[in-house]
Design a protein around this ligand. Structure first.
Ligand code: HEC
Length: 249
């Protein structure tokens, strides 16, 4: 048997110790690998174990190795994210050309100021139903309708009649007046929204279009407020007539 050079033996032992996690044995135990068993006793003895230092790991590699991987559920959520984003953006798009001008403004006002009591579609709540012709039955005249919304229950006075006599409405209270809050344009807009959109009046839809036309041409400016103390149906009717007559050509 050829003599194994001592430094090779030591290296082998050191490597084995490193691999098994045990310290390099001072003397070779009886029942180990044949090469070790055959080695002379002094071969194993004094050798200081030369630890090969671990390869230096760059900090960025170390971070990557110790970082937690993405859990499976998060991975699937990430996969669905673009789908969610696309459908979410879809919901943000306004309905195409549903209403513009005075009616669009009126719808906006209705949703913000009136829907809480009269229902999102005008089906009613703590306030009367306005849809399906209901509000047209109370107010055959748009001008009367505007005056009512401008003034509200308190201004009319509890127990007083309002609207069409045949409808028989009596003020019971609870309807706020809006002339101080809304501009004349918003007030007429929300009234025409109730009439044209919620109650399906084509006449009022045409009126809204005529108003838009006049506002667009600069013939009409409704940015002021009606005075709830003095407003009359005649005053409102004059505004509506000023554009209704324009509509002929
Ligand atoms: C706080 C609740 C409330 C809000 C907000 C409200 N209303 Fe009313 N509305 C009522 C009540 C209550 C009545 C009945 C009033 C009465 O009897 O005095 C009423 C009556 C009406 C009527 C008469 C309906 C009928 O057939 O007699 C109209 C039109 C109307 N409201 C329009 C509006 C508009 C337009 C808005 C938003 C600008 C609005 N309301 C906001 C409670 C509300």
């Amino acid at each position: 048997m050829t003599e194994i050079p001592e430094h090779l033996l030591k290296r082998a032992q050191a490597a084995k110790a490193k691999a098994t996690g045990e310290p390099a044995p001072a003397e070779a135990p009886a029942a180990v690998a044949p090469a070790e068993a055959a080695a002379p006793a002094e071969a194993a003895a004094p050798a200081p174990v030369v630890e090969t230092p671990p390869e230096p790991v760059a900090p960025y590699n170390e971070a990557a190795a110790s970082r937690k991987t993405i859990p499976w559920w998060a991975a699937s959520a990430l996969l669905l994210l673009p789908i969610w984003a696309i459908s979410y953006v879809g919901t943000l798009e306004r309905p195409p050309q549903e209403a513009t001008g005075v009616l669009a403004e009126g719808q906006h006002v209705y949703e913000a100021r009136c829907a809480s009591c009269h229902g999102a579609t005008g089906a009613g709540g703590s306030g009367y139903a306005l849809a399906d012709g209901e509000v047209l039955a109370t107010f055959p005249s748009a001008a009367d309708h505007v005056v009512w919304v401008a003034r509200g229950s308190d201004s009319f006075g509890l127990g007083n009649a309002y609207g069409d006599a045949a409808r028989g409405r009596v003020v019971e209270g609870g309807m706020p007046g809006w002339a101080d809050v809304l501009t004349t344009e918003e007030l007429i807009g929300v009234v025409l929204h109730e009439r044209a959109v919620l109650s399906g009046s084509e006449e009022d839809a045409a009126l809204a279009e005529a108003l838009d036309h006049a506002i667009h041409l600069g013939e009409l400016d409704l940015h002021g407020h009606l005075d709830p103390a003095t407003v009359t149906a005649d005053e409102v009717q004059a505004i509506l007539d000023s554009v209704a007559h324009d509509d002929g050509h």
